[in-house]
Design a protein around this ligand. Structure first.
Ligand SMILES: [Zn+2]
Length: 1153
């Protein structure tokens, strides 16, 4: 090392102080707004040992100087490649730059009392006065319209102009760079992320190749579908467990399952009662006149009939007022309005001409008794089939008012679309865990027969609403959390204390373990420990344990994590204004790094790297007058040229950091370098964290395919001609294994990689995203980034990403009670064995879907238990275990399974399963397998649970009546059936982000929310009632909003009143509305305010900031919008809901025949 290195005084990190006592509440989230009450975290103030009085966060002031420990890290000796440069050393340090650290510590501690245990007298110091969790949402400080930045801080933006001196000095270095050819083509207009609008093909034709033959597979002559599906799949690892349900294995009729018209829609009332609360009845669609079926309206299965023979056909009778058609109707029945006649035995004819939808199941001759040419097709009334909107509305009105109390085993929670509060009384909140079924079959045979996947969607660090308590932090002292001796399950509410409290029997493996003396407590007359309510781990479903040093890497407590910002400064990044934007933003954003509780400042250290073909490291040590740059041009063997001064505390180094961020855009303003490296950037971040002996996160801002000579160099291998061929899967696979190996190293170090991509062309998301994906990171993509239209979205994403709660160096294990075990996992993580899910970082949005299989019998009495344990390092560097427990019912009757399913969760699982399947199987095989599995699920229900009825009836389980419509949305999604406008990178991107989505996100992603804005009540806070996603629901005189978690469309009908257009867009006519708008203009009238508040509300609900797109009816962009009207037939060949339902019906009938 030559110049610019400060004397090395030791590594920046020392040993943190041990002794995490007290009962601290973790408290994440960004910096509170100035003047806003700091979060008050309830403490568990019971009198028990180990439950000490609350103490403020203590013992963690890493920036004040840990004792130095260890020897200096020797630097790589390859100094020849170092080209240190002074940056603007002539410039005096700014004097007014440092905004005061905003302090939350001195805020009043107003305790609002909220007790999850009620207010009765309970023994032993119930935590009845636990303070409310007022954690601000992670994104709150940066909500549009809010002012997170103190005024004086804003002023610092202005005061750091570019330094001419530094530019000149830098030019010495810049001159040495290779000047590449400038690919200076102007960026195309901002598109949707699906390619520039100019590339949108005309609506007409040319999609038949994609669309045809999608639903050709199973005709009677082809034999049973399951075997067909499983053919052609790799034997070693079939992507879909195709478990044929032969008709022989299905009993023709289950004794005791008599028809019961007044039963609950799931089966006759003679079924054994379940302890779980059945879904409240729903009534989608108004009852129609002329109903002949008695009984509560909501208690019927969903019938959709096959038509009767033509001779008796006089119209479809809307049977039980549930959601379907019933038949055959009595001959005397008059035709029903809205239910047009079905005449040819092929219920569910296609609606009107559908030239691209190759007739595979339209008017199928082998369906029904009709022979000869079918009569002209008639449409099935969409109002008669199950409506997602109705199901959502019913659940809201039935379950939105009462808190969901988790004290009862196997309760199905309200839908994700319902707003409800959760009271933890022994099971984890559905915000943490949702299951496909809350009543699982006792035997493997039963599970296979039903084909219902048993899966849990787990979001271990989920954000809770302010009214709910964060998990309490429990300290069991030096010996660590109390665990089962054999299976190592953690102490939880389901452990049975015996022998007067001296031992406990494990609820997972039945092993008996001695209670450690310090943990002993007497039992009351019911066998319950008398400190039951004092201990979260005995009475709550979710809580945290403080981990001891045994749970730490190398038996050493971790250091606080670090964030490293790594900015692409190649030509495109600079020219688009991106580099300047990032640097400006970081100056204020660094004040909002994650912290806990009353900490005055974040413990997280920061570092900065810029790169193109070479890497530039920056020394921002607080004692420097100006930052120093060190260039590493030998990218083949990456190392970090400086240690001391690279990772720094923000407040200590503020002036140097601000100076750096001012100078970076100037330094590279004239760059001609278009080529970039990528893998060396990750390697550099990884090496820096290794040297600092800490975990952390890399924020990489990247623009191009990395074609510069370096490890991990990529080539453009995009080829859309591979779509619908056996090689399509290669589009989703990384082009080299280099990045997987790099990801493994990153996970070992706890180095999480968040990737922000700004491509103007293909950059191989499938390969670049590998490290992000396997380290638990997040990926964001802004195609054709343009400052004016995209900066809001990018900045909001960045702010949320930097501030959100994240755990590092995380390992998750799911334990189960005897009889089932976790067998498969989906999400963004790495696995080095078959049980442990490893994530370098896990944030509050990341979800892991876990599948379970039987390995033994379960019993109805004991049910089944899950315990998810997540070991992680908090943003303060504290090692913790977060535990979530969930108890499920077990059943011997299939009807109980079908009565306790959750379709939204099922779809989450199926989508992730399918999206993984495309890596190894042809996409068509994946689609067919999905259809087949769902047909088997519904056929099994029909065979075993539904009351006997006409074979022509489609009968859906109440809890799964939306399975066909949602499944169709998955099948039509861009990954499984891309339209011509969808790029290869789009598909890889969506494949990756869906894999980490929770149930609410997959729900709105696959079935977007469509709101009639012109129906909004400007005087109320509520959203207008959603409508179904079909063009025929749109009125030319109205304005609609559609959101799917990634985009928001505002669709304007051609006949919208001029006054509304004026009020919303500030222009006088439809033709003057610009669809280049990326935000709605701020206008002072009630309609504008209402619409903007709706948009803001939706943005806050989503983990990504959605892109706003204005679509005028009959405009070119409307095609993109129509892509999201998922009940309609899609341009890429996807079936309409009605058609698909008919197809599913046919599949089911074939399975049953
Ligand atoms: Zn055990």
């Amino acid at each position: 090392m030559s110049v610019n290195q400060q004397a090395h005084t030791g590594p920046p990190y020392g040993q943190p102080q041990p002794g995490y006592q007290g009962y601290q509440q973790p408290a994440y989230g960004g910096q509170p707004l100035p003047g806003v009450l700091q979060s008050q975290y309830g403490t568990y103030n019971g009198p028990m040992p180990g439950y000490q009085q609350p103490v403020p966060a203590q013992g963690y002031f890493p920036s004040l100087g840990f004792p130095s420990k260890g020897s200096p890290v020797s630097l790589n000796s390859d100094t020849s490649s170092l080209a240190p440069n002074f940056i603007g050393s002539l410039r005096a340090p700014p004097t007014s730059g440092a905004p005061p650290p905003s302090s939350g510590a001195s805020l009043p501690s107003g305790h609002l009392v909220y007790s999850q245990f009620g207010h009765g007298d309970v023994q032993n110091g119930i935590p009845a006065s636990a303070a409310p969790m007022q954690r601000p949402p992670a994104s709150q400080p940066f909500l549009p319209g809010s002012a997170p930045t103190p005024a004086n801080q804003t002023s610092t933006f202005q005061q750091y102009g570019p330094s001419p001196a530094s530019v000149q000095q830098l030019s010495n270095h810049m001159a040495g760079m290779t000047i590449g050819s400038t690919a200076a083509s102007a960026p195309p207009p901002a598109g949707l992320g699906y390619g520039p609008p100019t590339s949108v093909p005309p609506v007409s034709g040319s999609f038949s190749a994609t669309g045809s033959g999608l639903y050709t597979p199973y005709t009677a002559s082809q034999g049973p579908p399951p075997t067909t599906v499983s053919q052609g799949l790799p034997l070693a690892q079939p992507p879909f467990p195709s478990q044929p349900v032969s008709t022989q294995r299905l009993p023709t009729q289950v004794p005791g399952f008599a028809p019961a018209p007044s039963s609950t829609g799931i089966g006759p009332s003679s079924y054994p009662p379940t302890t779980g609360a059945p879904r409240p009845p729903t009534m989608p669609g108004p009852p129609l006149p002329g109903q002949t079926v008695a009984g509560p309206p909501a208690s019927q299965p969903n019938h959709i009939s096959s038509p009767p023979p033509p001779s008796t056909m006089s119209g479809l009778h809307p049977g039980p007022p549930m959601s379907g058609l019933h038949g055959p109707p009595p001959p005397t029945h008059p035709p029903q309005p809205g239910y047009q006649m079905q005449q040819n035995g092929s219920f569910g004819q296609v609606r009107g001409p559908q030239p691209n939808y190759g007739g595979a199941y339209a008017g199928t001759p082998n369906y029904g008794s009709q022979v000869g040419p079918p009569p002209p097709p008639k449409r099935l009334d969409p109002d008669s089939i199950p409506s997602p909107i109705q199901v959502i509305e019913d659940d809201r009105s039935n379950r939105g008012s009462e808190p969901f109390v988790t004290g009862v085993r196997g309760q199905v929670p309200p839908l994700v679309t319902t707003n409800f509060l959760v009271k933890d009384q022994g099971n984890a909140s559905p915000r943490y865990i949702r299951c496909t079924s809350y009543n699982i079959p006792c035997t493997s045979d039963m599970a296979k027969q039903s084909q219902v996947p048993l899966a849990a969607v787990i979001k271990p660090l989920a954000t809770l609403p302010p009214e709910e308590n964060l998990p309490y932090l429990v300290d069991h002292g030096e010996s660590g959390p109390v665990r089962c001796n054999r299976c190592k399950a953690y102490m939880c509410p389901f452990m049975q204390f015996i022998e007067g409290g001296r031992r406990f029997q494990c609820c997972f493996c039945s092993c008996v373990t001695e209670v450690p003396p310090h943990y002993f407590q007497h039992l009351d007359h019911t066998g319950k420990r008398v400190d039951f309510y004092d201990r979260p781990e005995l009475s709550l479903g979710s809580y945290e344990f403080l981990a001891t040093v045994d749970y730490c890497k190398n038996n050493k407590f971790p250091s606080p994590p670090a964030f490293i910002f790594m900015i692409d400064v190649s030509y495109n990044a600079v020219k688009s204004g991106l580099v300047r934007l990032i640097c400006e933003e970081l100056k204020s954003l660094l004040d909002f790094l994650p912290r806990e509780g009353n900490m005055e400042e974040s413990a997280i250290r920061v570092g900065f790297v810029t790169y193109n073909k070479v890497l530039h490291f920056y020394n921002v040590k607080s004692s420097l007058a100006q930052p120093q740059m060190m260039v590493v041009s030998d990218v083949a063997d990456m190392f970090v040229p400086l240690l001391d001064g690279f990772l720094v505390n923000v407040n200590e180094s503020r002036t140097v950091i601000t100076s750096l961020l001012d100078q970076i855009p100037e330094m590279f303003a004239d760059t001609r370098e278009t080529e970039t490296v990528f893998a060396p950037v990750i390697q550099a971040g990884l090496e820096a964290l290794k040297a600092a002996e800490c975990a952390g996160k890399l924020f990489i801002f990247h623009t191009t395919l990395p074609i510069a000579e370096a490890p991990g160099k990529l080539k453009n291998r995009d080829d859309k001609k591979l779509i619908n061929t056996d090689k399509e899967k290669t589009l989703f696979q990384p082009q080299t294994s280099f990045y997987s190996n790099l990801a493994k190293d990153c996970v070992a170090q706890g180095c999480c990689v968040d990737l922000f991509l700004f491509p103007n062309q293909y950059l191989d998301v499938a390969t670049l995203g590998v490290v992000t994906y396997q380290t638990g990171g997040s990926i964001y993509k802004y195609a054709y980034f343009q400052l004016e239209t995209d900066q809001d979205r990018f900045l909001n994403d960045l702010r949320r990403d930097v501030q959100k709660e994240v755990g590092f160096d995380a390992v998750m294990r799911v334990r189960t009670s005897t009889g089932i075990r976790a067998t498969d996992f989906f999400g963004a993580f790495y696995m080095s064995n078959t049980t442990d899910v490893e994530m370098a970082g896990l944030d509050c949005d990341k979800t892991i879907t876990v599948e379970f299989k039987h390995d033994d019998k379960l019993s109805e009495d004991s049910g089944a238990l899950l315990q998810c344990a997540l070991l992680y390092t908090s943003c303060t560097g504290q090692r913790r275990l977060r535990i979530h427990n969930l108890s499920l019912n077990c059943c011997t009757q299939l009807a109980d399974l079908y009565r306790n399913c959750e379709t939204d969760t099922l779809i989450n699982y199926l989508a992730k399963y399918a999206y993984r399947g495309v890596l190894s199987s042809p996409v068509k095989t994946v689609r067919d397998s999905l259809i087949n599995q769902c047909a088997q699920i519904l056929a099994c229900y029909r065979k075993n649970c539904a009351s006997p009825s006409s074979a022509g009836q489609l009968i859906l389980p109440e809890c799964m009546k939306l399975l066909p419509v949602y499944l169709n949305c998955v099948l039509k999604s861009d990954v499984l059936q891309p339209g011509p406008e969808v790029t290869t990178d789009d598909r890889s991107y969506i494949r990756q982000i869906v894999t980490s989505m929770d149930v609410a996100e997959t729900n709105v992603f696959f079935y977007p929310r469509l709101l009639p804005l012109t129906k909004a009540d400007v005087d109320s806070d509520s959203l207008p009632a959603a409508i179904r996603n079909s063009e025929e629901r749109l009125s030319k005189g109205d304005i609609y909003l559609l959101e799917n978690g990634l985009n928001i469309f505002v669709w304007v009908g051609v006949n919208v009143q001029q006054g509304l257009i004026q009020n919303l867009f500030g222009v006088s006519s439809f033709s003057q509305i610009s669809n280049a708008l990326s935000t709605l203009p701020v206008l002072e009238n009630p309609f504008s305010k209402k619409v903007r508040s709706i948009v803001d509300k939706l943005q806050r609900q989503r983990s990504r900031y959605m892109k706003l797109i204005i679509v005028k009816q009959e405009d070119k962009l409307e095609m993109l919008f129509k892509h999201f009207l998922v009940e309609d037939k899609s341009l890429s060949g996807g079936a309409s809901y009605v058609d698909f339902l008919c197809h599913m019906h046919k599949e089911i009938r074939q399975l049953l025949s």
